[in-house]
Design a protein around this ligand. Structure first.
Ligand SMILES: C[S@@+](CC[C@H](N)C(=O)[O-])C[C@H]1O[C@@H](n2cnc3c(N)ncnc32)[C@H](O)[C@@H]1O
Length: 204
């Protein structure tokens, strides 16, 4: 079977390298590896997301959905010093790298790299951040997003980055139709940055 970056356990040799990135004005050196998304540099879509959206101003409980080697999760934990960050991925090599990168960033105690089923049931998220895995296909993508958005706090906010040619605009409409009003807050380098919230209580 082809060794996609979203394989549960990449079969390729685990060849490590480092990637330098500047996020919200701070320098990071991340360890990446074969079999993990964007191992050669901070992904352009992720860079657009982190440039277009300010880091959380308040501590809280955050989700990095599809964390990869953990650049978003680590930066969130660094910027929001009391936050708890759940870093979810199906790729076990990605989770190992996220743990290592969180250690290097000094936030290993507050970044929790886990498989999707290992997030405790009662955890709710003040913010969800994601450069979602579009290539898993629309049905699986929609199922994944609805699963996690159901755990968004009532006044929570979700930030997404999606390529325009990978369906960013239709995803915006779909999220709104699902009861998560969604607006475009940025657009650069062919990527859409989206902000979704919980709809308010339905009028009685
Ligand atoms: C586009 S990559 C983004 C990685 C990382 N956040 C970054 O910015 O470099 C999407 C990630 O989602 C992961 N993924 C795929 N299916 C998933 C699922 N059902 N649940 C959680 N993560 C998933 C992939 O393994 C991949 O690491």
């Amino acid at each position: 079977m082809a060794d996609h970056y979203f394989s549960a356990e990449p079969g390729s040799a685990d060849v490590r390298r480092t990637v330098e990135a500047r996020i919200w004005g701070r320098e990071y050196t991340f360890t990446t590896a074969t079999g993990v998304f964007s191992r050669d540099r901070l992904d352009i879509g992720t860079a657009v997301l982190l440039r277009e959206v300010d880091p959380p101003a308040e501590p809280g409980t955050f989700l990095d959905l599809g964390t990869g080697y953990g650049p978003i999760a680590c930066a969130l934990a660094v910027e929001a010093p009391e936050a708890q960050v759940w870093a979810v991925d199906v790729n076990t090599r990605a989770l190992e790298l996220t743990a290592e990168n969180a250690g290097k960033a000094g936030v290993a105690d507050r970044v929790h790299p886990v498989l999707p089923d290992d997030v405790p049931e009662d955890v709710r998220f003040d913010q969800i951040w994601s450069n979602p895995a579009i290539h898993i296909g629309k049905p699986e993508l929609h199922r994944m997003l609805l699963h996690w958005l159901a755990r968004l706090a009532p006044d929570g906010v979700a930030w997404f980055v999606v390529g325009k040619n990978l369906g960013g605009d239709s995803l915006q409409r779909w999220l709104t139709d699902q009861g998560y009003p969604c607006v475009r807050v940025g657009s650069a380098k062919g990527f859409r940055v989206l902000r979704a919230t919980n709809a308010g209580p339905s009028p009685s």
